[in-house]
Design a protein around this ligand. Structure first.
Ligand code: RIB
Length: 301
C-alpha cells in the first residue's frame, strides 16, 4: 500500500529580517545590522521541517500573483515539497513578515497576511485528505478555513496537529478535531484565558476533546499533557541561540514527521526537540537540519 504523506495547510510569508541589539520599545528607532530576506510563514516553515525529516511533504497555501509568490513556489519545489495544492489569488499580495531578531535570539514579528487569508472552506473541501497520514494547521489563515480543514482531515483518518498561533480563542466544536495542539506557554493562556497556568489550561483543552497538548517552553524544552498525565522533555541547553524565528514551527513539523519515522509519541517529541535546538543556531526560519544531523545531536545527549 502507498505510504500516506504529511500535508501542511498554512501560510507562506516572505520574512524581512533585521538583527538588532534588542527589540525596540514603542516609539523608539534603533540602528540594526544587515537586512536579510528569508522564506517564512508558519505553514511553509512546518512543511520544510517535516520534509527534512521525512521526504515527500505536501503543502497547501495561498499566494499572490507576484514575484514573491512565484519565487517562493519554485524554491519550495526545489526543496522537494509537493506544492500542487498551493493556490494563486490574483488580487492579493503574497504574505510578508517584518521581523526584528535581537542579539539573544528573541524576536518580534508583524505579519501582513495578504493571500494567506484568501484560502477558504471550499478550498479545504477540494482536498482529498484520505491521501495523507497527518494534517497540520496553524492560525495564519481564516479560522473557519482551519476549522473546516481539521474536521475533514480527521473524518478522512488523518492525525491532526494545530499550532494555535497567532493565538485566538478557538470554537468549542473545533477541539475534538485536534489530536495534537502545540502552543507555547504564552499562547496556551491566550487560547484558554479563564486559566492562569499552563497545566490547568492543558487539562481544560483535554476535557474539551483535544487528545494531546504539547506546551513548548523555549530553551526549557516542552511539557506533554494527555490522558496519561504530564511528562517534561528537556532541551539541549549548550546550543547558543542565534535566531529563534521558526523554532516552534520546526518543532511541530519535525514532530509530525517524527510520528512517522519514530513510531512513538515520546520518540517524536525527542526528535522534534533536537531539530528545534539545531534550528535556533542558524539565521532564517527554514534553516533546518537533516534527519542525520538531528540524530547525531540526539546521540550526543
Ligand atoms: O513562526 C515564525 C513565522 O511567523 C515567520 O516565518 C513569519 O513569517 C511568521 O509567520
Amino acid at each position: 500500500m502507498e505510504d500516506r504523506g504529511i500535508l501542511v495547510v498554512g501560510s507562506m510569508n516572505v520574512d524581512m529580517v533585521v538583527k538588532t541589539s534588542r527589540i525596540p520599545s514603542p516609539g523608539e528607532t534603533l540602528l540594526g545590522g544587515v537586512f536579510q530576506k528569508f522564506e517564512g510563514g508558519k505553514g511553509a516553515n512546518q512543511a520544510v521541517a517535516a520534509n527534512a525529516i521525512c521526504r515527500g511533504a505536501h503543502f497547501c497555501a495561498g499566494i499572490g500573483d507576484d514575484s514573491f509568490g512565484r519565487e517562493y513556489l519554485s524554491y519550495l519545489r526545489g526543496r522537494g515539497i509537493d506544492v500542487s495544492l498551493v493556490k494563486t489569488f490574483s488580487d492579493c499580495a503574497t504574505g510578508v513578515a517584518l521581523i526584528t531578531v535581537a542579539a539573544d535570539g528573541q524576536n518580534a514579528i508583524t505579519v501582513a497576511p495578504g493571500a494567506n487569508m484568501m484560502l477558504s472552506e471550499s478550498d479545504m473541501e477540494g482536498i482529498d485528505f484520505s491521501k495523507f497520514s497527518h494534517a497540520l494547521f496553524q492560525l495564519e489563515n481564516d479560522l473557519s478555513t482551519v476549522a473546516r480543514g481539521l474536521k475533514l482531515a480527521r473524518k478522512a483518518g488523518c492525525e491532526t496537529v494545530l499550532t494555535p498561533a497567532p493565538a485566538k480563542i478557538l470554537p468549542e466544536e473545533m477541539l475534538p478535531d485536534i489530536d495534537y495542539i502545540v502552543p507555547n506557554e504564552i499562547e496556551i493562556l491566550q487560547i484558554v484565558p479563564e486559566c492562569s497556568d499552563a497545566e490547568s489550561a492543558a487539562q481544560k483543552l483535554i476535557s474539551s476533546g483535544v487528545r494531546n497538548v504539547i506546551v513548548t517552553l523555549g530553551k526549557r524544552g516542552c511539557d506533554l499533557y494527555n490522558g496519561g498525565g504530564k511528562k517534561h522533555f528537556p532541551t539541549y541547553e549548550k546550543i547558543r541561540p542565534v535566531d529563534t524565528v521558526g523554532a516552534g514551527d520546526c518543532f511541530t513539523g519535525s514532530f509530525a514527521a517524527g510520528l512517522k519515522v519514530c513510531g512513538s509519541l515520546e520518540g517524536a517529541i525527542e526528535l522534534a526537540t533536537a531539530a528545534a535546538s539545531l534550528k535556533v543556531s542558524k539565521m532564517g526560519a527554514q534553516s533546518v537540519a537533516s534527519l542525520e544531523e538531528v540524530r547525531l545531536l540526539m546521540s550526543q545527549k
